[in-house]
Design a protein around this ligand. Structure first.
Ligand SMILES: Cc1cc2nc3c(=O)[nH]c(=O)nc-3n(C[C@H](O)[C@H](O)[C@H](O)COP(=O)(O)OP(=O)(O)OC[C@H]3O[C@@H](n4cnc5c(N)ncnc54)[C@H](O)[C@@H]3O)c2cc1C
Length: 528
């Protein structure tokens, strides 16, 4: 590797490989350094949001991802929540993210992360702009005003290389070397709780859970566990499972009875064979910034969290969609440093709130509920509170709508802030995700978007379109124009004109020809 690259990516887990695909598709030359040769065959990261599936669509692999799904096509992805154990009379089956499917171009999906990684690696192999170094580890990151240098060593060999690039992105997981060498601090909550992750096979468990409607996951709320979950998840239907649960801090693979733990969480005994037992620390940690000079962090390197609610991988892929086009814009000369800085401004508050208000608050809410209510102490009071617990599940899904209203590069309402909390609507709102709509051609608007900026003009007058075209040309910003006379889209969006970013967020919307189209485009690429 003695050539200079535009971007070097440290860490080729799902987030690093996805970033290499995003940049490679944009023609950006990248080197990807990953210390493992193969993805870890642990069935984590299963719960994929509609947004993640939209990213896969943009990377040309949505169909391939769905094709490798293990669960049968119509098997529900949502789960059961049970009080105390899975044999208890108190349980409910809450809705999952499927209730917001209509607001996205792709529906949510469920499959093990390593299968997604396989698909992304196959896509990567088709992109000539990306050079991969699997089986290599980064040791040192240096930067100055003109570029970055990453020292990488071959695992199990003596080879060592210095890789030079314009920018480096650390996608190297929760223990990120890049983050540590950049001196980026993290804040959050360390629950000081060790968790076990066990993989096992059991047809017996499958048979014994038939009292429930078919579901993919089973969450146990045990009053002894302070709001921390015990969680069974299906890998397939009938045999393979994963399970996580709190365990004492000094637990090792050899000093603990994991079978007894499984039986206690189930509330009955069942036959099973273990395939794997590992541990993770229950911690929410968010980096206080995602950029230092020419170096960035993304995915678990920027935000670590328990797998409660399936926010981890999904947020990492959202980081990629946000950062990828900005790096490309800067490297291709049509975006400015302010555009790169908007990556931290837009993404960091989202995870800060996700960790605090959705994950941390959920643990706290369950802890208070379990402390306060018990069917043994007061059955009537418990049943009322249990119904409220169930009723709170759908509103949480409906209000999780990450948006960048407060971003300096979008035209959000005055005084607004970027947030993980929002609402779902088809109305076009600057700073929010673009909802799907059919066009008069019968194709969805998502099938017409360009890879860079797109102007959607419903009943647009020629002079408006010409003003945006001229402004984009003068600023060198790639812009695709999509004109449509169809009333349906315009009515649902409540706007005639919308400037859509490459990550399918709305930068600006309006009904009239703006006085200065160039000012709108310039602000959207950090050149205001
Ligand atoms: C049990 C469990 C269930 C989960 N379920 C979900 C879910 O349903 N939905 C969801 O969204 N998320 C889920 N997650 C979280 C999800 O798995 C992570 O958020 C995801 O793996 C993050 O991807 P990443 O690429 O950022 O980091 P990682 O997957 O940690 O990848 C980092 C990569 O960097 C490499 N690396 C590290 N240091 C170096 C170095 N110095 N040089 C070269 N390479 C290096 C590592 O080998 C690794 O491959 C779950 C996690 C667990 C543990």
């Amino acid at each position: 590797m003695n050539k200079r690259y535009q971007v070097v990516i440290v860490g080729g887990g799902p987030v690093g490989v996805a970033l290499a695909v995003e940049l490679g598709q944009r023609g950006i030359s990248c080197a990807l350094v990953e210390r493992r040769t193969e993805p870890q065959r642990i069935p984590k990261g299963q719960n994929l949001t509609q947004r993640s599936m939209e990213h896969f669509h943009a990377w040309g692999v949505a169909d391939q991802v769905r094709a490798v799904r293990i669960l049968p096509p119509d098997f529900p992805m949502s789960g059961i929540v049970a009080y105390h154990d899975l044999s208890n009379e108190y349980w409910y089956a809450p809705p999952l993210r499927e209730i917001v499917n209509s607001y996205y171009f792709e529906e949510n999906e469920r499959l093990p992360q390593y299968l997604v990684e396989d698909v992304l690696r196959q896509r990567l192999a088709q992109l000539g702009a990306v050079t991969t170094r699997f089986g290599w580890a980064a040791e040192k990151i240096e930067q100055d005003g003109s570029g970055v240098r990453v020292t990488a060593v071959e695992q199990g060999g003596a080879a060592r290389e210095i890789i030079e690039a314009d920018y480096v992105v650390g996608c190297d997981g929760g223990h990120s070397l890049v983050r540590r060498q950049l001196g980026i601090e993290r804040s959050g909550s360390d629950f000081d709780q060790l968790m076990v992750l066990a993989l096992f096979r059991s047809r017996d468990l499958h048979e014994k859970l038939k009292r429930f409607p078919p579901r993919s996951t089973y969450r146990v709320l045990n009053p002894d566990l302070q709001g921390y979950w015990q969680f069974f998840g299906r890998v397939d239907v009938g045999e393979s499972w994963f399970f996580h649960s709190p365990v004492p801090a000094d637990t090792t693979q050899d000093n603990y009875d994991f079978l007894a733990l499984l039986h206690k969480a189930a509330g009955f005994s069942f036959i099973c064979d273990f395939d794997y037992v590992g541990f993770w620390d229950l911690r929410i940690a968010v980096a206080d910034r995602y950029q230092v000079g020419r170096a960035f962090i993304a995915g678990d390197a920027a935000h670590s969290h328990p797998p409660y609610g399936g926010y981890g991988l999904n947020n990492g892929l959202d980081d990629v969609a946000n950062l990828g086009w900005k790096l490309a814009a800067k490297l291709q000369g049509w975006g400015d440093d302010a555009l790169l800085q908007s990556y931290t401004a837009e993404r960091q508050p989202i995870f800060m709130e996700t960790g605090r208000d959705f994950i941390g608050a959920g643990i706290q809410r369950d802890r208070i509920f379990l402390d306060r209510y018990s069917p043994d102490r007061d059955r009537v009071e418990f049943e009322k509170a249990w119904r409220e617990h169930e009723g709170a599940a759908a509103p949480r899904v409906l209000t999780y709508e990450p948006h960048y209203e407060g971003s300096p590069i979008v035209f959000g309402p005055p005084g607004s802030a970027s947030s993980a909390r929002g609402s779902h609507t088809f109305k076009a709102r600057a700073g929010h995700h673009l909802p799907p709509q059919p066009l008069s051609s019968g194709r969805n608007v998502f099938e017409e978007l360009g890879p860079d900026f797109t102007l959607l003009a419903f009943d647009g007058e020629d002079q408006t379109v010409a003003a945006f075209e001229k402004a984009a040309r003068s600023l060198g910003v790639p812009l695709k124009i999509v004109c449509d006379g169809y009333q349906g889209g315009r009515t649902a969006y409540e706007a005639k004109l919308m400037l859509i970013r490459p990550d399918r967020y709305i930068a600006w919307s309006g009904d009239r020809t703006p006085a200065d189209a160039a000012a709108i485009i310039a602000q959207a690429v950090g050149r205001a």
